[in-house]
Design a protein around this ligand. Structure first.
Ligand code: FMN
Length: 317
């Protein structure tokens, strides 16, 4: 259903010189291939009899959305269209989906939240703790739905970019994360968890959710595919807090596999960019609702009436 939209969007991104986001990753770039191959190695059994048309609603932090497919914590994207993150937010809102946003100014965050989209703000792991506290307080003041940090990003970034300067970022201690959690009334989310150890520490810190992610392969070459480690992380988290997943999720079947293996929802980054490139807010909305309809179809064909009833045994590796 979304095949043509994705193909057109990816072509447009290449024309705009943004193809690199789709194809390149850290060092050899192997991580994207490994992640895709792992997703493709997972197959799905069917359960047709007594099945129902599935409900794809997701409830998090007390609010219900039409879909577990959310726009990832992106940033920049000015080459695609004007006010790209605001267009992204309008698309998410119209799809009744959660909007995430990464690095950016307070003015941009205000405009994003002004669209009415429920917005999760991800703050960079700045070395300067006071700057982190400021960004968290700003997100709370502006009415963000939740706030968090991409803890994996302290070695990433491009030197020429004025906003993302690697020398400004650093690894965070458990105590620092605890202090961020305690600094806000908002749910605090750890993005970039890719081990049982960090999942355990996330719980200790009081995180309200985690995102299992290798940042689209941008941080560590040969990083383990998020869905490969997800079942182990889900065992550690043991239902205490929601687990979200990103990195390489493209089609409804990918979403289904993530949900079956322990996720409550997924973030789509580069595919949301493809939607944006084709039709701004409308393109993003079509991308989210199209992916969600694919998910509904898979759930209906596998006898899963709701997200919480997706059985991990449906997945064959
Ligand atoms: C252009 C671009 C900008 C991004 N900016 C951020 C950011 O500021 N903060 C963040 O946490 N993640 C950022 N990400 C990472 C995404 O949130 C996501 O983790 C990653 O793209 C993997 O998902 P995907 O495979 O669906 O693209 C960015 C990704 C892209 C492609």
């Amino acid at each position: 259903m979304i095949g043509k939209l994705l193909a057109d969007g990816n072509n447009r991104l290449r024309e705009l010189g943004l193809g690199g986001f789709m194809e390149k990753a850290a060092e050899t770039g192997s991580v994207l291939k490994i992640t895709r191959n792992y997703l493709d190695s997972l197959t799905i059994e069917t359960r047709m009899m007594d099945s129902l048309f599935a409900c794809t609603e997701m409830t998090i932090f007390g609010q219900t959305f039409s879909t577990p497919v959310m726009t990832a914590a992106l940033s920049g994207l000015g080459a695609i269209c004007s006010n790209p993150m605001v267009e992204m937010a309008k698309g998410a809102k119209n799809a009744n989906a959660v909007m995430w946003v990464g690095i950016g100014t307070g003015e941009e965050l205000e405009a994003i939240i002004g669209t009415g989209a429920k917005t999760i703000k991800i703050v960079k792991p700045y070395k300067d703790k006071e700057l982190v506290f400021e960004k968290i307080a700003e997100a709370e003041r502006l009415g963000a739905f939740a706030v968090g940090m991409d803890i994996s990003f302290f070695f990433g970034g491009k030197k020429e970019d004025s906003l993302i300067r690697p020398e400004l970022m650093g690894p965070k201690t458990l105590d620092e994360i605890k202090s961020f959690v305690q600094a806000t009334k908002l749910p605090f989310i750890l993005k970039g968890v890719l081990s049982e150890q960090d999942a355990r520490k996330g719980l200790q810190a009081g995180a309200a959710a985690i995102v299992v992610s290798h940042h689209g392969g941008a941080v560590l070459d040969y990083a383990v595919p998020p869905l490969k480690i997800l079942p182990r992380i889900a065992k550690v988290i043991s239902g205490e807090i929601p687990i979200f997943v990103d990195s390489g999720i493209v089609r409804g079947t990918d979403v289904f596999k993530a949900l079956a293996l322990g996720a409550s929802g997924v973030l789509v980054g580069r595919t949301a960019m493809a939607g944006l490139a084709v039709g701004a807010a409308e393109g993003v909305q079509k991308l989210i609702t199209g992916t969600n309809e694919e998910l509904r179809r898979v759930m209906s064909l596998t006898g899963c009436p709701s997200i919480s009833e997706i059985d991990p045994n449906l997945i064959w590796s």
